[in-house]
Write a protein that binds this ligand. Structure first.
Ligand SMILES: Cc1cc2nc3c(=O)[nH]c(=O)nc-3n(C[C@H](O)[C@H](O)[C@H](O)COP(=O)(O)OP(=O)(O)OC[C@H]3O[C@@H](n4cnc5c(N)ncnc54)[C@H](O)[C@@H]3O)c2cc1C
Length: 405
């Protein structure tokens, strides 16, 4: 088992510095423009692909880093650059993680490369779980998957919502119910290959933050996918359904939850990137803004605010790195450590960016300075990948052993 260390090795430091350069030179200068355009920044994704930052190889390398901190370090640096562009670059990984968490080796080998495309022809992928009536309550999914024995095909029907890259993705991973009577235990994940008829984009949402990231409904109207598109395979699904029908509780995990559990610390790291960015802007500003004949940081009221911001950011990073290390060393989240990390980092990003706006005064409230955008971007971190309330629910259940509602 890899020992937990707060000192990333030379490889991780090299990756961090490389990504920081890309975030500072390419992402940050483009952030305001793509936020205003509210469009996927394809040229930046392409540039990231050419440099090897947007590629299956890069994320696989970080994902399988034995220390576990490869992914959090990468996420923090990219999102320090900008969260909307950052999510456009890493949104594909949520779908990739769904395939990694639920798929066979053959499925991983087939679909993961198609999610990223090539540097000359970049693609993105989407993970579609949420529905209009099934957000926090993933057991309420209505999208149906019905197996047709004669053709060995699955037929998908339903409407997904809030899908990052939904409709513009090459590969969509769709969570659907195979047996509605079994609730969350009757669900499975399916790959919808590029160009499959019947899948279309519904409305694209105009959002408060992370506006460079595309979020849309995905409509599935008689979508037919071959049998091999069921992640994990039919035999495994049939066994799982049989166990569920007999009432045997082998594991409480379902397809969507397996994806979210694996990705929560990474999402926490994104939030830390935003918080760190806002803190740095506020620290610089407080040192140079003069009022009453002295820099505003000379006032304890302001300096203590910055002290608290830095303390919370570092505390959040420790929780994220611990959870990432536990996941990499196959230790179960017995106290919902993944949820703890996402909860604390998400709330920290919201709080820190609000403090940063306050320190910048009127300037903080304008789009002339980046903290206004960072504050808007941070707000999603208490909502997606499980709201803060749902993270608290998961932690409370884990630590109490009780079915807290
Ligand atoms: C920009 C964006 C991108 C997204 N990307 C994706 C994606 O790529 N794929 C995907 O599948 N989904 C995605 N989502 C969906 C996201 O995960 C959901 O919005 C989130 O899970 C919350 O669901 P909901 O919006 O339906 O809120 P609801 O579940 O309706 O919750 C509303 C409020 O009620 C609270 N609440 C609900 N139940 C409880 C309870 N039991 N106890 C206490 N409080 C409770 C919630 O915490 C929240 O405050 C995205 C969402 C957004 C906004």
């Amino acid at each position: 088992m890899s020992t937990f260390s707060l000192d990333p090795g030379p490889d991780q430091i090299a990756v961090r510095d490389w990504l920081h350069g890309f975030a500072a030179d390419v992402v940050r200068p483009a952030a305001a423009e793509w936020d205003e355009r509210e469009e996927t920044p394809w040229p930046i994704i392409q540039e990231a692909a050419k440099l090897g930052i947007y590629s299956l190889d890069f994320y696989a390398q970080q994902y399988f880093d034995p220390s576990g901190v490869g992914i959090p370090i990468a996420m923090e640096e990219l999102f320090w650059g900008d969260a909307g562009i950052g999510l456009s670059i890493v949104g594909t990984t949520l779908a990739a993680v769904a395939v990694l968490a639920n798929g066979t080796d053959e499925q991983i080998g087939t679909w993961a490369p198609q999610m990223f495309g090539t540097p000359d022809d970049v693609k993105v992928a989407a993970f579609c779980s949420s529905e209009p009536d099934a957000g926090s309550d993933v057991s309420a999914l209505r999208t149906r998957a019905v197996y047709e024995e004669a053709t060995d095909e699955w037929v998908l029907n339903g409407t997904k919502t809030w899908a990052t890259n939904g409709g513009i993705a090459a590969v969509h991973v769709v969570v659907a119910t195979v047996d509605p009577a079994l609730g969350a235990r009757g669900q499975a994940s399916f790959v919808v290959p590029p160009g499959t008829p019947g899948l279309s984009q519904g409305q694209k949402f105009k959002k408060h933050g992370i506006r460079a990231s595309h979020t849309a409904e995905v409509v599935l109207d008689g979508v037919r996918v071959p049998g091999h598109c069921l992640l994990g395979g039919k035999e495994k699904l049939d066994e799982r359904l049989a166990r569920a029908r007999e009432g045997v509780r082998k594991s409480g995990r379902n397809a969507a939850m397996a994806t979210f559990e694996a990705s929560r610390p990474a999402v926490g790291a994104q939030a830390i990137g935003i918080a760190r960015a806002a803190y740095e802007v506020a620290l610089d500003y407080a040192k140079t803004r003069v009022q009453f004949g002295r820099p505003i940081i000379d006032n304890q009221g302001v300096a203590f605010q910055l002290a608290d911001m830095k303390t919370r950011i570092d505390a959040a990073r420790l929780l994220v790195w611990r959870a990432s290390w536990m996941a990499a060393t196959n230790q179960p989240f017995t106290s919902a450590e993944g949820s703890m990390s996402k909860l604390y980092a998400g709330e920290t990003a919201k709080w820190v960016t609000a403090q940063a706006m306050q320190i910048l005064g009127g300037n903080g409230f304008t789009r002339e300075y980046p903290v206004e955008r960072m504050h808007r971007d941070s707000a999603i971190y208490s909502i997606f990948e499980g709201t803060s309330e749902i993270q608290r629910l998961v932690i409370a259940r884990a630590v109490s052993g009780l079915p807290i509602r």
